[in-house]
Ligand binder design. Structure first.
Ligand code: SAM
Length: 280
């Protein structure tokens, strides 16, 4: 079902005016997007709003193939008008599955939308199906939650709130989220994040959260599995009780792994916590 907020005039007003140039990127996005753009022949931008990231990806890679998907039909129509040539825009709901083939794009991006999606686990699995190499997304996390926090965000992006329209605002437990991404069986997990207060428009989330962005690298089709390699530059460490062993690299390896200039090697030793640690 199409959410009631998805064609709201305030959402349209904000995304037709903002988030369409490199200066608009948040810190976590700047850390990953430019390097991914150089390494990607195609990008699928899910939750593309009015398509502003088409210009951002092309800024970093002028020949990248760009497809945008959004649940909002009105935003997709704006995107088509703003970027009429050489781009593809489709309406669709990632949690229900998109009419696109498996491994559709080299890189799949989903920024600012998983925390608006109560079906985020199904959505993440669908994004992974569509990923050929890299999945790049952000999410709000807290460590030690008994269950996820289901808050709400008032629709007041450019204009005053109308007193009724809200979107979901989900905060997910770090350890459960780790088990979810491990279930995808990625080759590499890169994470970057920082603690902060949710926007003033957020209700029922009365604590600081970790704003975290991740890049997951998929194994080539038919490749044998192995322990994933993890590199995190964020307030939370990899949980020792995670369902599967991983090889952990220090934060200093993050940029090299992202650029592909650091090769993944076999785990060097097992720590007391059971995590494999290594150096790059
Ligand atoms: C907060 S906006 C972020 C827009 C843009 N990605 C950015 O980072 O500036 C979230 C966007 O995701 C879209 N969205 C939310 N849930 C979605 C879903 N299940 N499937 C597709 N799009 C969705 C919304 O319509 C909205 O345009």
């Amino acid at each position: 079902m199409i959410p009631t907020w998805s064609n709201h005039p305030d959402l349209v007003a904000f995304y037709t005016q903002n988030r369409n140039q490199p200066d608009d990127l948040y810190e976590s996005e700047k850390r990953f997007l430019p390097a991914l753009a150089i390494r990607s022949a195609s990008v699928l931008d899910v939750g593309c709003a009015a398509g502003g990231f088409a210009a951002i990806w092309r800024h970093y890679n002028p020949v990248i193939e760009y497809t945008g998907v959004d649940v909002s039909q009105v935003l997709i129509e704006h995107a088509r008008q703003r970027y009429p040539h050489g781009f593809r825009f489709l309406q669709g709901d990632m949690s229900q599955g998109l009419l696109l083939s498996a491994r559709y794009a080299h890189t799949v991006q989903a920024l600012g939308c998983l925390h608006w999606d109560t079906e985020y686990a199904a959505s993440l699995r669908e994004l992974w199906r569509l990923t050929d190499r890299f999945l790049f997304f952000d999410i709000r996390l807290v460590s030690g939650l008994a269950e996820e926090i289901r808050g709400q965000q008032k629709m007041e992006l450019s204009n005053a709130w109308d007193g009724r329209t809200t979107t979901p605002y989900l905060v997910v437990d770090w350890a459960r989220f780790v088990d979810l991404i491990l279930s995808l069986n990625p080759r590499l997990i890169l994470g970057y994040g920082y603690m902060g207060q949710p926007a003033k428009s957020v209700i029922h989330v009365d604590r600081s959260v970790c704003f975290a962005a991740f890049v997951l690298e998929k194994r080539p089709a038919g490749a044998a599995g192995g322990h994933p390699t993890v590199c995190l530059d964020m307030p939370y460490t990899w949980p020792s009780e995670a369902q599967e062993p991983v090889s952990v690299l220090p934060p200093s390896c993050l940029d090299g792994l992202l650029r592909g200039s650091v090769e993944l090697v076999e785990p060097a030793y097992e720590t007391q916590s059971g995590l494999m640690e290594n150096a790059c």
